[in-house]
Design a protein around this ligand. Structure first.
Ligand code: PSV
Ligand code: MN
Ligand code: MN
Length: 393
């Protein structure tokens, strides 16, 4: 990295210092596939212990100061007390994720269910999540609906959209102050024929009908293979409707593997669009969240690795020479334009990130520092029996 111009170096370091990545409470608990949940030692037994693990990730990375909750997986009697516990541990409670997909009543859908009583129950949960936000001080409510149908003709597509719009409207109108609604889309699963919010276009349409504080969230695992996700990023940025990301990796479907593990180049291309739009800064309002499950790998180091992968992709994106890129684009120089991207992508940014961590008073190697810290030995001894995360519960 020694050839970096001093101005570039300080610009990149300062942007990386300001980066914020939110981890997910459910990543710290047991999880698995529909075939088996492998229990791990030392996993959290309650939301307080999930917060302690998230705070540990922040302690070693310095850029993960908040943790997202999933309700009711993280249900507690007193959310204000939970927020205080988080503050005492040096982090904040972040996005509140609603869960209207794990109740028998929701077999035919939650907010799009043909039964008005079931729809009322689902909306009641969404409103309850806003009550939680009032107590935790969270800005964002993240909504993902498993709603859809398995067979053609099972229900009426447009009527279901009307029901969805009604539920979103009632929830949106309950938001106050700077609270936002993030609407997440997913191509399929668990619905196999038609999902009610399958793509960014559907999410975008609903958001524009609601108001400025309704924004689309992109989960990187929720697309058909080969989808150009960075194009979606660019489109939503241009429309002022990108609320955030659920980062993870997929080889096949919604695999929820560590971000940057399957396709680090895609992650770089996504971060390039973010940097180009000046949207990395926390003030830009894009929430960079992890939505992952660590079924077979130790959880805390896996989350640390994921945070580092996002940092590496971001550092490379920050190194793209925009002047050279624009000049090549304007000259129609295809190869030089591509070279500007590839030169940045192929740079080894790990020395720069080690330097950043030293400047921040952190160990340059967060995973080695975590392993040396004795934290795992401590939680293994203290937490005799772990609680399964939502997916495995
Ligand atoms: C659905 O697949 C999803 O991506 C939503 O964000 C859920 O809230 C989350 O997974 C839970 O892991
Ligand atoms: Mn997600
Ligand atoms: Mn998902």
């Amino acid at each position: 990295m020694s050839e970096l111009a001093p101005q570039t170096r300080s610009r990149v370091l300062s942007a990386l210092r300001g980066q914020r990545i939110e981890t997910a409470s459910w990543a710290y608990g047991n999880s698995g596939t529909r075939f088996k949940v492998f229990a791990q030692q030392g996993v959290p037994r309650d939301p307080y212990e999930k917060i302690a693990d998230a705070a540990t990730v922040h302690r070693f990375t310095g850029v993960a100061p908040s943790v997202a909750l999933h309700i009711p997986w993280d249900k507690v009697a007193d959310y204000a007390q939970l927020a205080r516990a988080a503050a005492d541990a040096g982090i904040q409670l972040g996005t509140i994720n609603a869960n209207v997909f794990q109740d028998n009543d929701f077999m035919l859908g939650s907010v799009t269910n043909p039964d008005p009583g079931v729809r009322r129950k689902a909306i009641g949960h969404l409103l309850e999540c806003v009550d939680v936000m009032d107590q935790t001080g969270s800005r964002d409510l993240k909504l993902w609906f498993s709603d859809g149908t398995n067979y053609p003709g099972q229900d009426d597509v447009r009527t279901r959209q009307d029901r969805l719009a009604e539920a979103l409207r009632e929830t949106y109108d309950r938001l106050a102050g700077d609270q936002r609604m993030l609407l997440e889309y997913k191509l399929f699963e668990p619905a196999f024929y038609m999902t009610d919010v399958p793509d960014w276009g559907t999410a975008y349409l609903h958001c524009t009908q609601l108001g400025d504080r309704a924004q689309v969230v992109i989960d990187t695992g929720h697309h058909a293979p080969g989808t150009n996700i960075e194009f979606i990023v660019a489109m939503l940025l241009r429309a002022g409707r990108l609320g955030g990301f659920d980062f993870n990796s997929r080889f096949y479907a919604d695999d929820d593997l560590m971000v940057g593990a399957a396709d680090p180049f895609q992650l770089f291309r996504i971060m390039h669009e973010i940097v180009l739009a000046g949207a990395l800064d926390a003030n830009a309002g894009i929430a960079f969240m992890l939505d992952q499950c660590h079924n077979i790998e130790p959880k805390i180091p896996a989350v640390i690795r994921s945070v580092m992968n996002v940092q590496e992709a971001t550092a490379k994106a920050l190194l793209v020479d925009h002047d050279a890129l624009r000049a090549a684009q304007n000259n129609g120089d295809v190869l030089e334009a591509n070279a500007a991207m590839m030169d940045a992508y192929q740079t080894d940014v790990r020395p720069l990130l080690r330097e950043l961590r030293e400047e921040m008073g952190l160990d340059p190697d967060p995973i080695a520092a975590y392993k040396r810290s004795g934290y795992f030995e401590q939680i293994r001894a203290e937490r005799a029996q772990g609680q399964a995360a939502g997916w495995g519960a």
